[in-house]
Structures are given as C-alpha cells and as structure tokens.
Design a binder for this molecule. Sequence first.
Ligand code: 3PG
Length: 215
Amino acid sequence: MTATGQRTDKLLAIMESQPVIPVLKIDRVADAVPLARALARGGLPAIEITLRTPAALDAIRAASSEVPEALVGAGTILNPEQFAQAEAAGARFIVSPGLTPALIEAASKSDVPLLPGAITPGELMAAADRGYSLLKFFPAEQAGGAAFLKSLSSPFAGIRFCPTGGVGEKNATDYLSLPNVVCVGGSWVAPDALVAAGKWDEIEALAKAASTLKR
Ligand code: 3PG
C-alpha cells in the first residue's frame, strides 16, 4: 500500500482504456444493469455512477455484480463515509470533485484508486504533494475549458487530467487533443430521456461514437 492512496497504475489503466468515461445519474436501480451492458457493448465498459441519487449505491451494487464486462466506479464522493459505502458496494474506482484531508486519509487505507478533482494551481500543488498525479478537472467548461487546462500543462508537466462538466461530443476532442488529458468524462452518452425510455440501443450507439473519439 502506498502512502498516497492514489493507485496510479490501476487508475491510469482505466483512464487510458477508453477516451470517454460515462458519468451516470441513475434514478431507478432497475436501469443500472441494462445501462451498464449497453455502454459496454458500445465500447465504454468503465462507467462512473454518481452518488447523486438515492438509488446510486444499489445501482453500483447491481452493475458490479451482474455485469462482469463493466468496470464500475463511483462518483461525487465527498467524504470518507461515502468512500466506504461505494467501496462496499463494489466500486472499482472512486471519483471526487475535490480533495480533502479526510478523503486522502480514507483513500490511503483502501486499495481502490481515487481520482480527486483540482482546478487551481494551488489545488494542483496540494494534490501533487500528496502523490496525486491523475486528477479530475471539474467543472471543466465553466472553470475555463480546454484553454485553461492547456495552460496548466507547462508548469504542471507531470499532472494529467480527466476533465468533466460541460464536455460533450462537440468539444470532447478539444480536450482529448491536449497533452495533459488522458480521457474525458461526461453524461452525454446516457441522456436522462433515453435512460427513462429504456432506449438501450440508442445509448449503445452514442457510446460507440464516443469510444472511437481520437486522443
Ligand atoms: C461530473 O460530475 O463529472 C459532471 O457532472 C458531468 O458533467 P456533464 O453532465 O456536464 O457531462
């Protein structure tokens, strides 16, 4: 176990395995399995189920246990309690919009890798000091977009990002073409309306298009 809590090799393997990680807000547990299957069929097996709904932990549990081809992570993890709940539900990676001493402590006791968020130079330096070199950049578009992220690549050459927030099919390649971006995250591959209507084939097609985006 390293001191940092970020299991960089595991996390990098996940982030390099696909250009887009679907960020999912699941309202009905019953949607988790068909949704994870559709995304995996479309070439996006790694998914982030956010803890933004009461169904989230059960959705992580269901997708992890019933969809072996999926690699299910948990997102919007704000504190150690949620970290532990997500890990117990089967999450294989943990995503947080930020990084706190409490989360660093929780991650240091777990084998599950943490992708924490950082935006400002000071936040990047604090994260790097704790051994975190792979970071989420959120909310990407609102925080300054690809131009902002590009300007971090020279002073922080060792830090790489998964930007999320306002990233979609139109601007994904603006981010993916940057030297300090490994992958992007976004909800556009699983729009609420398609999930609510159970249009899994359409979600598979969106995933297929996203999975072939160039980096
Ligand atoms: C996240 O938590 O990563 C974002 O909320 C995803 O943002 P999007 O819905 O704009 O893709």
